[in-house]
Design a protein around this ligand. Structure first.
Ligand SMILES: NC(=O)c1ccc[n+]([C@@H]2O[C@H](COP(=O)([O-])OP(=O)(O)OC[C@H]3O[C@@H](n4cnc5c(N)ncnc54)[C@H](O)[C@@H]3O)[C@@H](O)[C@H]2O)c1
Length: 382
């Protein structure tokens, strides 16, 4: 098997998660890591025997022996990095959200298509076995017609006024924070599982702290709660909370809520889908469980067991029953499919592409428009 040579841009939370997951994907070798500072790339790469460290991603893009790149940097860097990588002929796997505007996202979608390069946006949460089980149940008609889609994505790591991360700064993260950061995961999953598109929405966003204290020292993602307050007061222009009412094609109705200030909730992505025959409920904090509700027989709580999964969902579970499959494993699943499609150019694409990332930008844009105008907004369907 020809080994595919890849590089990771970014050495933070996602840089490490991608690096570790890639070690579990057949036929792929991480040959370079790029950090904002050379030292961070060197220290991450050293333990994994990565041959090259760089502080400028362009040095990696000019290396013809590198086939692909993973973009794991703050959101505002996704567009320039993805664009340069595609122009350099690299296959690109980009973290979500794909970009910070609909226009720039559309440009890189177009570029990837023109250059015929494999492209993926890391909507990894689709890849939990029980999420695929919900999707296949819907496809097989087990749920009937979808009537209601509801749920939430709740975290608490930005609860304190002193909590800080680049995500709070719209120059690094884009105009939407909570909806961009975690709302995109929720809506991607809702559309993927139901096979329906959001057609219109009404959003209410809230900034609970109009100012926050930005610490003078560097803060790693998700360590913000541990920081004590000494620093500069800055005005916050991205939302801590969002709630969205929405309509989907075919008459389905939905409601969701996202917050980074919900005490005690860590990464609770909850998805509930109510159909005319049955309903399903799944919670990312208990990923191996799936509740199935029936109107006139007993409800079930399924525990992940590959032998009990729908045929089409089985390949998303590698471990036998009783052995949990969680967040780390979903990266392996998405990367495996991305690299299989690079190896075999004729193979079907079984992962979210940049066009799916563009879709999330369109939804975010509609949420901002709706919130600012205090009105329902129709959602384009690119
Ligand atoms: N799919 C998921 O489940 C998931 C989870 C968390 C974050 N993310 C996404 O991953 C991306 C990164 O988030 P994170 O939590 O890892 O942030 P982070 O702050 O932990 O890491 C960001 C990294 O980018 C590096 N960086 C900044 N400028 C750079 C440059 N010019 N060149 C090279 N590196 C540079 C920083 O040094 C840092 O190492 C974001 O877009 C975020 O939305 C996705």
């Amino acid at each position: 098997m020809k080994r595919i040579r890849t590089a990771i841009l970014g050495t933070g939370f996602m840089g490490r998660v991608h690096l570790e997951a890639l070690r579990r994907v057949e036929g792929v070798e991480v040959v370079a890591i790029v950090g904002r500072e050379l030292a961070s790339a060197q220290s991450l790469g050293a333990g994994f025997g990565v041959e090259r460290s760089e502080a400028d991603y362009r040095n990696v893009l000019s290396d013809a022996s590198i086939d692909a790149v993973h973009i794991c940097t703050p959101n505002a860097l996704h567009y320039p990095m993805a664009k340069d990588a595609l122009l350099a002929g690299k296959h690109v796997l980009c973290e979500k959200p794909l970009s910070t505007s609909v226009e720039t996202a559309a440009e890189i979608v177009r570029l990837a298509a023109e250059r015929n390069l494999r492209n993926c946006v890391c909507q990894n949460l689709r890849f939990y076995p029980m999420v695929q089980q919900m999707r296949r149940m819907r496809e097989d008609g087990d749920l009937g017609r979808i009537l209601i889609v509801q749920g939430n994505y709740l975290q608490d790591w930005l609860l304190d006024e002193t909590a800080w991360n680049w995500r709070i700064d719209s120059k690094a993260a884009g105009q939407s924070r909570t909806m961009g950061d975690v709302g995109t995961h929720w809506f991607d999953m809702a559309e993927h599982v139901t096979g329906l598109r959001v057609s219109s929405l009404c959003a209410d966003l809230q900034i609970f702290y109009p100012t926050r204290t930005r610490p003078t020292t560097k803060v790693e993602t998700f360590t913000a709660k541990a920081v004590t307050a000494s620093g500069e007061k800055v005005v916050v222009d991205t939302e801590d909370f969002g709630s969205v009412l929405f309509h989907m094609d075919g008459g389905a109705r939905g409601a969701m809520m996202a917050s980074q200030m919900a005490a005690g909730r860590k990464n609770q992505l909850k998805m509930e889908i109510y159909g005319t025959k049955a309903s399903v409920s799944w919670d990312q904090e208990r990923p191996d469980e799936l509740w199935v509700g029936h109107p006139d027989s007993a409800n079930h709580l399924y525990i992940k067991d590959p032998t009990l999964l729908k045929e089409q969902a089985k390949s998303y579970a590698d471990l036998p029953c009783g052995h949990s499959e969680g967040y780390d494993d979903v990266f392996k699943q998405i990367f495996r499919r991305f690299y299989a499609s690079i190896r075999d150019q004729g193979s079907p694409v079984e992962y979210p592409q940049m066009s799916d990332g563009l879709r999330q930008l369109v939804l975010m844009d509609a949420e901002l428009k709706s919130h600012r105008s205090r009105r329902w907004v129709d959602v384009e369907n690119p």
